[in-house]
Write a protein that binds this ligand. Structure first.
Ligand SMILES: Nc1ncnc2c1ncn2[C@@H]1O[C@H](COP(=O)(O)OP(=O)(O)O)[C@@H](O)[C@H]1O
Ligand SMILES: N[C@@H](CCC(=O)OP(=O)(O)O)C(=O)O
Length: 386
């Protein structure tokens, strides 16, 4: 028997649903669960992150994937999720495997108490030899508070349970240096630095939500957290154990020697960002050089409603995001402090403090950590200090 591992397996929509009639691929689920049941018997702890609810629910709401809007997809998710779980439960029972469903949102993953509840629930399910099946709660999550794709969700889960491996199963054998539909695309077996491959990955299948790009983002998050990611074809016999036993080709994203500090891992993997500070290019360069935080003198503009402890984007004047950091003040306090530079802080916000708006110790420079640059998608309230 191989050593016992904690493995997060992610299944994409393209594996679960036929792209033409949007029906469930029972044969795939059958092969997958037979494999997972065997691995569980061998002592491995497995978590399944499964997409498919939207694809499987679209027939009920009468839409094709290419024409469905956000509300259609949220309704489809509500229709498809029970179909998906019903199939998993039925097939699992044939292999004496017990399954449980967990639907989560970004807020659940990023709020400390809920994070702990999710983690503890998963650990308790492991103790009872029950396979947790996780999906984003699409019908509940709002547009700007979504994980957005299950690739990144699976990376967050892998980080949460300190998994040994994240195995992303999809419709292609792994990462190529360009879209594999292009002639001469070359297969990439091993990746040392995921960030170098973020650009080579555009184009998605009809059912998928992010294509290879979101898989690379997930691998990047996992790499920062010290978790190895494997991207492999799913429609194959024993899709997971054939990877563990190295019986076929796939892409392996190695764990780098240096794992970031827990604060930086947490900051880098955080999808929910509450606001933005814009600073001069000179200050931005100082931040990138790790010499300084953001003082009230440095703030050129503020966007978003945030409170102390929230994560902020830090942009330079050219509109490039250079860093992310934890703020020591609310948006209102920051605005007042930046607006009244001639007054002592105490007179402006009512208490004494020497803190920077964002301290250098709580800043993550994006360049260093190869982060995805998630700019806020929606228009936020913009406040320019007078
Ligand atoms: N560089 C690349 N390497 C591999 N696949 C790529 C690349 N660029 C684009 N793709 C496309 O990404 C698709 C996989 O993404 P997607 O269909 O969203 O998967 P899933 O539903 O499994 O999440 C593949 O079908 C492939 O055509
Ligand atoms: N939560 C959605 C899946 C979104 C998603 O990430 O899809 P995919 O890129 O196919 O893994 C669903 O269940 O349909």
């Amino acid at each position: 028997m191989s050593t016992k591992k904690k493995i997060v397996v992610k299944i994409g929509s393209s594996l679960l649903a036929n792209s033409d009639n949007l029906t469930l691929r029972y044969a795939f689920i059958n092969g997958l669960l037979s494999d997972l049941a065997q691995l569980q018997t061998e002592g491995h702890d497995i978590i399944l992150t499964s997409s498919g609810s939207v694809a499987l629910g679209l027939n009920m709401v009468g839409k094709r994937p290419e024409e469905a809007g956000v509300l259609d997809k949220q309704a489809a998710a509500a229709c498809g999720q029970p179909l998906l779980m019903n199939a998993y439960r039925q097939v699992a029972s044939e292999y004496d495997l017990q399954v449980a469903q967990m639907l989560v949102t970004v807020e659940d993953m990023e709020e400390s108490r809920r994070f702990l509840n999710i983690k503890n629930t998963m650990l308790r399910l492991f103790e009872n030899d029950i396979l947790p099946i996780i999906n984003e709660n699409d019908s509940v999550a709002t547009r700007d508070l979504r994980v957005g794709d299950n690739d990144r969700l699976s990376a967050k889960v892998a980080q949460m349970v300190e998994a040994d491996q994240l195995i992303i199963l999809t419709s292609v054998e792994g990462l190529y240096d360009r879209d594999p539909s292009e002639a001469d695309a070359k297969f990439i077996h091993e990746i040392e630095d995921v960030s170098e491959h973020l650009e080579s990955t555009t184009g998605i299948s009809a059912l998928g939500s992010g294509g290879m790009l979101t898989k690379m983002h997930a691998a990047n998050m996992a790499q920062n957290a010290g978790v190895e990611t494997i991207i492999a074809e799913g429609i194959i016999e024993r899709p997971v154990s054939s990877v563990l036993k190295n019986e076929r080709r796939f892409t392996r994203c190695l764990v780098s020697g240096v794992t970031a500090s827990p604060l930086k891992i947490w900051l880098s993997n955080r999808l929910q960002v509450s606001g933005t500070l814009v600073v001069s290019n000179e200050v931005a360069a100082g931040i990138v050089g790790r010499k300084q935080g953001v003082s009230r003198m440095d703030v050129i503009s503020i966007q978003g409603d945030f409170t102390k402890g929230d994560v902020l984007h830090i942009y330079n004047e050219d509109g490039e995001e250079v860093a992310r950091g934890l703020t020591n003040f609310s948006s209102e306090e920051t605005m007042l402090m930046a607006r009244h530079l001639d007054m002592p802080v105490e007179d402006v916000i009512g208490y004494k403090t020497k803190s920077d708006v964002v301290g250098a110790e709580n800043i993550l420079v994006l360049e260093e950590n190869h982060l995805q640059l998630d700019a806020p998608e929606h228009d936020q309230k913009v406040v320019i200090p007078a």
